[in-house]
Design a protein around this ligand. Structure first.
Ligand SMILES: Nc1nc2c(c(=O)[nH]1)N[C@H]1C(S)=C(S)[C@@H](COP(=O)(O)O)O[C@H]1N2
Ligand SMILES: [Mo]
Length: 474
């Protein structure tokens, strides 16, 4: 009976893990198997944990693993699931043994066991603060899945003990549990793929661009005026974007403030939003390059947030820090002078993609991307300017956008060419764009009305056919 219980326990636990995984990937619900593990690790004596980490790093080295961080993570995850399966097997063996001795109702015993483990899972979730505040779905889900697991146990026990052919019943139940496990796992994987692809319904899906009526239209072949999020250029220091769980994320406000505080993502989203079209450009963008993109930014104006930060009079700058160790300093003067400086959480109406700074990034008009942290986790009020991450590494202190025009296309027919591209001058506005062909005269381009005074301008010009087209802002 104990052997049968152990097998049933392991199988049902595999199904529990798979269903929890599906809930995590499909609905962002807490994934108790990892959370219980993390919680236990925190309870263990520090020395033991350091020893375990050091051993896993040493083992990774022996096997020549290059990304030790990723390997250690995968190791932790495997350990978490193996631990839970083992617990399930032991619990199953014990339960079946007890039931075979006492003849108590199995459903009752199973649900008591499920409720007990569900309680442990809930404690882990609360201790690690991994439940969204105010949400009942998360705790109900965690407790419910464990309770269901316990009921499944009791039910399995009854089926096996009353079946005429216990072997056959065992095989059939085992197969059924494995199918549930496989389907839930595959569905979870499919959801995680899909959620990465389908970022959601964009603002631009059902809105015309504000300059739709402009009579100057782009030459076919000009880059899209509003960059699709998937094509938005990406520059940062790490190989992998920090994975931030929006429910667990907090914005910590500290330094020269009269009271420290933390904001949740819901807090930030509840403030009055600012929407603006803006172009972001990397200081390393080569002439005509594509390290420049444009979208509609949504966030909270830092100017409007200032009173809530409770800054002390000595504060002059805000140091913005990021989950990846990046940081940048912005002066209160800049914030007070321009209400468009904002903490942005959405692009084109959908939450920032993970690689573009989810859940919060800074936007400052007229500055290169290097001055605009993604994955913000902290705001520290300070009393003097400090060099930012890239400034420390020798890049430009100010980071003001240098006006530049790019040629995207030159469609030739007969002796003339329709030349088109974009021009960007930060927040200073583009007045005149000129094109020259093969080093010859400059021809003035027509400018399309821009999406805003913070975006690039799409331009077009008619010029003689030639080989080399150069555009400039004048
Ligand atoms: N936290 C963090 N923020 C960052 C960076 C970074 O490496 N880490 N890179 C900066 C640079 S150099 C640029 S050009 C922009 C690029 O933003 P994007 O990848 O969303 O286009 O992010 C900026 N913000
Ligand atoms: Mo950059």
């Amino acid at each position: 009976m104990a052997r049968r219980g152990a097998i049933a326990g392991a199988l049902l636990t595999a199904a529990l893990v798979a269903v929890s995984f599906l809930g995590w990937k499909a609905a962002g619900l807490p994934f108790a198997p990892f959370d219980i593990f993390d919680w236990i690790v925190r309870l263990l004596p520090g020395g033991l944990v350091t020893f375990a980490i050091e051993s896993s790093v040493a083992i990774s080295r022996v096997f020549g693993v290059t990304s030790i961080g990723a390997a250690a993570k995968a190791g932790d995850q495997a350990l978490a699931i193996a631990g839970l399966l083992l617990t399930g097997a032991v619990a199953g063996a014990v339960l079946f043994k007890i039931l075979s001795l006492s003849g108590e109702p199995a459903l009752l015993f199973g649900s008591i066991l499920g409720a007990m483990l569900g309680g442990v899972a809930l404690v882990a979730e609360y201790r690690l603060q991994r439940l969204s505040p105010g949400s009942v779905v998360g705790p109900v889900w965690v407790f419910g899945t464990f309770l269901g697991w316990g009921l499944g146990f009791g039910w399995t026990h009854d089926r096996l003990s009353t079946a005429e052919d216990a072997e056959d019943a065992e095989r059939r139940l085992g197969r059924r549990t494995l199918i549930i496990t496989a389907v839930a796992t595959l569905a979870g994987i499919a959801f995680s793929r899909w959620s990465r692809l389908a970022i959601g319904r964009r603002w631009s899906d059902d809105h015309a661009l504000p300059n739709a009526a402009s009579t100057v239209t782009p030459v076919t072949g000009t880059r899209p005026e509003l960059t699709p999020i998937e094509d938005f250029y990406r520059i940062d220091t790490d190989t992998r974007a920090p994975a931030i769980d929006g429910d667990r994320w907090r914005l910590a406000i500290a330094g020269l403030v009269s009271r420290e505080q933390t904001l949740t993502l819901a807090d930030v989203r509840a403030l009055e939003p600012t929407h603006l079209f803006a172009t972001l450009c990397c200081i390393s963008n080569p002439p005509g390059g594509d390290l420049i993109s444009t979208t509609r930014w949504t966030g909270v104006s830092l100017q409007r947030l200032l009173p809530q930060l409770a800054l002390t009079p000595s504060a002059t700058h805000l140091k913005i820090t990021s989950a990846d160790g990046f940081f940048e300093v912005v002066s209160l003067d800049t914030i007070r002078a321009d209400e468009r400086v904002m903490l942005a959480y959405a692009w084109d109406g959908v939450p920032l993609p993970a690689e573009h700074g989810f859940p919060l990034r800074l936007y400052v008009p007229d500055l290169y991307g290097m001055k605009q942290p993604k994955w913000i986790t902290g705001i520290e009020a300070i009393a003097q300017w400090e060099p930012g991450y890239w400034v420390v590494r020798g890049w430009d202190r100010e980071g003001h956008v240098v006006p530049a025009a790019a040629v995207d296309v030159a469609a030739q027919s007969g002796g003339t060419a329709q030349v088109g591209g974009v021009a960007f001058a930060g927040s200073r506005g583009v007045v005149t764009v000129e094109v020259s062909v093969d080093g010859g005269d400059w021809h003035e381009a027509q400018l399309r009305q821009p999406l805003s005074d913070l975006t690039w301008v799409v331009w077009r010009a008619q010029a003689p056919a030639g080989r080399r087209y150069v555009a400039r802002i004048r």
